[in-house]
Design a protein around this ligand. Structure first.
Ligand SMILES: CC(C)(COP(=O)(O)OP(=O)(O)OC[C@H]1O[C@@H](n2cnc3c(N)ncnc32)[C@H](O)[C@@H]1OP(=O)(O)O)[C@@H](O)C(=O)NCCC(=O)NCCS
Length: 162
């Protein structure tokens, strides 16, 4: 699958929201994406596009001092298991590292095995559990951290493979 990753623009928001609605029990409202793209100084949002420019997936994150917080990621259900989610994470983590990020945090539903596998592959570790965190079904949230050492190792590995 040939795709490229770019910063999310206002023109991408409708397609991003559509993928979010097909992927998440609690999708973000359009206004949240508009804020991320147009106003949030900490916002670092990216999309993966195919050769025609169609949005295949997205990553929304925040860079807060030296912390890169993953806020949301999703790939079009028909385009999963093709490396797009990993590439979005890699792109965001490399870009944040270039802006002096040292560690990365996220939270994920305890039953979301594909996402947990993706994060573990990168080097994130489960550090705590928030019981009954998700309001739609009371599912637990796992807090996962990519600690500075694992972040450095990930970047080194990716640079080596580039
Ligand atoms: C999680 C998600 C973004 C992964 O995107 P993707 O493009 O399918 O992932 P990739 O093809 O890049 O896979 C990278 C790695 O993730 C893991 N992975 C992804 N999907 C998986 C699955 N269904 N089962 C097990 N492992 C999986 C594997 O380790 C995989 O590496 P491998 O292919 O070498 O085995 C995608 O499943 C998705 O959009 N899910 C719905 C939204 C969501 O849950 N977001 C996370 C919110 S916290």
């Amino acid at each position: 699958m040939i795709f490229q990753i770019e910063r999310m623009s206002a023109a991408d928001i409708t397609a991003v929201r559509e993928i979010d609605c097909r992927s998440a029990a609690l999708p973000w409202p359009l206004s949240s994406y508009e804020y991320e793209v147009n106003h949030n100084p900490a916002g670092r949002s990216f999309v993966a596009r195919d050769a025609e420019g169609t949005v295949l997936g997205f990553l929304t994150a925040w860079l807060i001092i030296d912390e890169f917080h993953i806020a949301n990621i999703a790939v079009n259900p028909e385009k999963r298991r093709m490396g797009i989610g990993y590439a979005l994470m890699r792109h965001g983590l490399v870009a944040a590292k270039n802006e002096k990020a040292e560690q990365s945090f996220l939270e994920v539903r305890a039953g979301n095995h594909p996402a947990i596998a993706l994060y573990r592959k990168i080097g994130y570790e489960i550090v705590s559990i928030r019981k009954g965190y998700y309001r739609d079904n009371g599912e637990d949230a796992l807090n996962m951290n990519l600690y500075p050492e694992n972040y450095r190792l990930f970047i080194e590995k990716e640079e080596h493979q580039a």
